[in-house]
Design a protein. Structure first.
Length: 221
């Protein structure tokens, strides 16, 4: 009991610091989105502004799906398994949600059907969206080191990487980019990892070739 109470104090301190970081996050300066990005989805061609629906805030998960791939990234799939359940709750707080990938729409929809997902998934194949938001990288830029990932120059070493971006639609219809996060910054979006952090073995990844080596698509275990 004494040990648990000591840990409880550390947990409370961590949560207070998380709350403080969240306040700092919301206070970041925003960047106006000047490009009218267009995407292909089940409802045809949609601009970024249309993805908000009647909401003023939009969360976009950048799902790794290269146009040449026949399957989506297994790690992004690990994250995406939880998305369908949150959409109604986000909508109740004035937040829309969408997943965007560079793969062609027919591949995205076929993979979505296989996985049993229903969240909005759109293709940015015909636009520069993925490149502009630093989750896709051209081979020439990788070779030259002219990439930016997780705010580190040259860190984009493969053509597709994951991320999350947040947008705000203003009263005049203009759109601001308010936040993006990448790499370990995506951890809070994964409920499985949050649960594994509670059990005796934790994530149990120390002896693996890389942390998510154990992860499979949910129909492959």
């Amino acid at each position: 009991l004494a040990a648990r109470r000591k840990l409880l104090e550390a947990e409370k301190d961590l949560q207070q610091r998380r709350d403080d970081v969240a306040r700092q996050r919301r206070a970041l300066p925003a960047r106006r989105v000047a490009t009218a990005y267009e995407f292909r989805g089940e409802n045809g061609t949609q601009r970024l502004a249309e993805l908000f629906g009647d909401k003023s805030q939009l969360l976009v998960y950048h799902f790794m799906y290269h146009p040449d791939w026949d399957e989506g990234c297994k790690s992004c799939s690990f994250w995406a398994d939880s998305y369908d359940g949150v959409i109604a709750h986000l909508a109740a707080r004035d937040v829309a949600f969408a997943v965007i990938s560079r793969g062609p729409l027919d591949k995205l929809l076929a993979y979505q059907k296989r996985m049993g997902w229903s969240f909005p998934w759109l293709s940015s194949e015909a636009s520069s969206f993925n490149y502009d938001f630093n989750v896709s990288f051209r081979p020439a830029d990788i070779e030259s080191g002219d990439t930016m990932y997780n705010y580190v120059k040259g860190a984009g070493r493969i053509e597709e990487l994951p991320g999350l971006s947040v947008f705000r639609k203003n009263a005049d219809g203009s759109i601001d980019h308010t936040y993006s996060t990448f790499a370990r910054g995506l951890d809070p979006l994964n409920p499985v990892y949050q649960m594994l952090d509670l059990v005796p073995k934790g994530r149990d990844e120390d002896d693996l070739p890389y942390p998510m080596d154990w992860v499979r698509r949910h129909d492959e275990y």
